[in-house]
Design a protein around this ligand. Structure first.
Ligand code: FAD
Ligand code: FES
Length: 533
């Protein structure tokens, strides 16, 4: 048994200013910091669903595991999810068939079905009380999409062996009368933080060790350093959502998107417990075709919480559509009201980041070029099942068990049929370099109100400035230490976000999300003016 946590808990540790319902409604899941050198068989970096599932599978297989988490358990993107557990893949089965062929699309369908079943089994076996429920999911057309898309997707799901049905109306939703949808029966949903707590307890009970506020640095095939101590390991699993052990390879194969969520009260019993998704905006400039995703969660005796998400954009590029972050919530609330008129007050709002893989399939397995370092990334909007598959596949590779999906998800796979999307995203990335010569978004720090930030341009220098609540200015370089992208201010989550590969930094320059591993360099200021020297 690990000793219990001794220090005061900072409940503000999450990857943004806004707290999700899951984080706000549970105590933080906290363990001691690492304060000594240790040796283990397997080191897992990252305490989200991918890292904890991996730790669980390997501890269950009798292996010695240590998991280290930079913040607290679930303080990354897992704590900001909406936790639909589904095999209705947001990149569509007909696209998977185009890229990988029918046989592999069927294999992918089987893998997500297995992940859903795995979660349901573990909840039973470990008696995890996490509000797990089975619920039917409904996929319906976005107004910009054509009926043929739904028919195509339905046919592809049938070829993939899924028990879907085409319905001629959409249960529970307004404003879409007389329209068809694909029903995905018996999907899942849960309270993600309660589930992570259950997995963490099980890992500890099986002899695993978990350390929080413990950031892994200098990851090599021998282990890593953390809090100034050394962790020696035979295998290292990097489950940090976006790999922090690789500068380039994986970051040309996936792209970061920001997605928005609101939670609104709805009188109990007004809506059926279901999952709803539209097929996404086909006219969007983003290749991910942003879509809406909605579900219910228990709130109190009188109300359920209607959790609705969407309005995505590429990280750091909200303004490219002239829709700043705060207006995304307004759009999302309007869309949700139109479709669920029973909704009442909006009591939560938060956003998070998803990594969109270039060929729609997550990257799970050995890091390209490494024998004992593994990655789990690229899980798109299906991270509950992809993260679970990550644990299942990586633990099989380490324990030498055959896994039917190892090749399908291999990070070293070569996918040939993705050229258009690839060129589009590379073009977008190259376009970000124009920010080097363009003006900043503010002229002077005087323009900032307390709690606001921005980027100032001074010659070729770009400076990230933030005015805190006590009116003090903080200034750092606005050049991302990963590969030199120019950071953009995110006024909703109070972070500086990199439009290239999704690294993010606090107003005080501390790295929140990789692939950057270091903080921003401080710039000294004099009399509230930025001093370039
Ligand atoms: C708003 C939103 C809604 C979503 N909705 C759904 C949904 O309904 N269904 C679905 O299937 N998926 C959904 N997703 C996707 C899904 O939530 C994520 O893909 C998934 O949670 C990612 O899990 P992870 O374990 O890979 O990453 P994370 O949860 O981000 O975990 C990685 C952890 O690694 C830690 N870390 C990073 N660097 C280090 C380091 N150097 N040392 C130690 N620790 C480190 C971080 O602090 C973090 O806690 C959604 C995502 C968002 C943002
Ligand atoms: S994340 Fe790669 S350049 Fe910023």
């Amino acid at each position: 048994m690990q000793p219990s946590y001794q220090e005061p808990i900072d409940s503000n540790i999450t990857s943004g200013e806004n707290k999700s319902f899951w984080i706000a409604s549970e105590q933080p899941i906290v363990f001691n910091k690492l304060l000594q050198n240790i040796e283990t068989d397997i080191l897992i970096v990252g305490g989200g669903i991918a890292g904890l599932t991996t730790a669980y599978c390997l501890a269950k297989a009798g292996r010695k595991v240590v998991l280290v988490e930079d913040g607290y358990i679930g303080s990354g993107e897992t704590g900001r999810t909406t936790a639909h557990i589904t095999y209705a893949l947001d990149d569509r089965y007909y696209n998977l068939e185009k890229i990988f062929g029918e046989e592999k699309a069927m294999l992918a369908a089987g893998s997500h079905m297995a992940a859903l079943q795995w979660i349901s089994n573990i909840i039973l076996q470990e008696k995890i009380e996490c509000n797990f429920k089975r619920a039917d999911g409904y996929l319906f057309l976005h107004p910009t999409d054509k009926k043929e898309s739904l028919d195509k997707e339905y046919a592809a799901t049938k070829r993939a062996g899924l028990p879907t049905k085409m319905l001629d109306q959409i249960p529970g939703i307004a404003g879409e009368e007389g329209k068809s949808c694909i029903q995905f029966p018996e999907q899942g949903q849960f309270h993600i933080m309660k589930y992570l707590k259950g997995l963490s307890d099980a890992v500890i009970n099986m002899g695993g060790k978990i350390y929080t506020e413990t950031k892994a640095e200098d990851i090599t095939k021998k282990g890593a350093k953390a809090n100034g101590f050394e962790i020696k390991a035979n295998h290292i699993v990097v489950a940090t959502n976006t790999p922090v052990n690789d500068r380039v390879t994986m970051h040309t194969k996936q792209w970061p998107y920001r997605t928005y969520v609101i939670g609104a009260k709805v009188p109990k019993g007004k809506l059926p417990c279901s999952l709803w998704w539209d097929t996404g905006d086909q006219d969007s400039k983003w290749i991910s075709s942003p879509y809406h995703y909605v579900r219910l969660e228990d709130y109190d005796d009188q109300f359920d919480l209607l959790i609705s998400g969407g309005e995505d954009h590429k990280t750091g590029q909200a303004d490219d559509e002239h829709i700043p972050e705060e207006d995304r919530y307004i759009k999302l609330i309007q869309w949700t009201k139109n479709h669920f008129p029973a909704m009442e007050d909006v009591i939560y709002k938060w956003s998070g980041q998803v990594m969109e893989p270039i060929d729609s399939m997550a990257f799970i397995g050995k890091n390209p070029g490494d024998d004992n370092i593994y990655i789990i990334t690229g899980d798109s909007g299906n991270g509950m099942t992809h993260g679970t598959l990550g644990g299942m596949i990586v633990s099989d590779i380490i324990t030498g068990n055959e896994n039917p999906w190892e090749d399908l998800y291999s990070p070293s796979r070569i996918t040939l049929k993705t050229t258009d999307d690839y060129l589009h995203e590379v073009g977008n990335m190259t376009a970000q370099l124009v920010d080097w010569v363009s003006k900043g978004d503010i002229k002077d720090a005087d323009e900032l109100k307390p709690g606001e930030g921005g980027v100032i341009s001074s010659g070729l220098k770009k400076i990230a400035v933030y005015r805190d609540d006590k009116n003090c200015i903080h200034a750092h370089t606005a050049v991302c230490p990963h590969l030199g992208g120019i950071l953009q201010w995110n006024n909703e989550e109070k972070s500086f976000d990199c439009p290239m590969h999704g690294s993010r930094f606090t107003p005080d320059g501390k790295v929140i999300n990789g692939p950057a591993i270091g903080d921003l360099k401080k710039i000294h200021i004099k009399d509230e003016k930025v001093n370039e020297s």
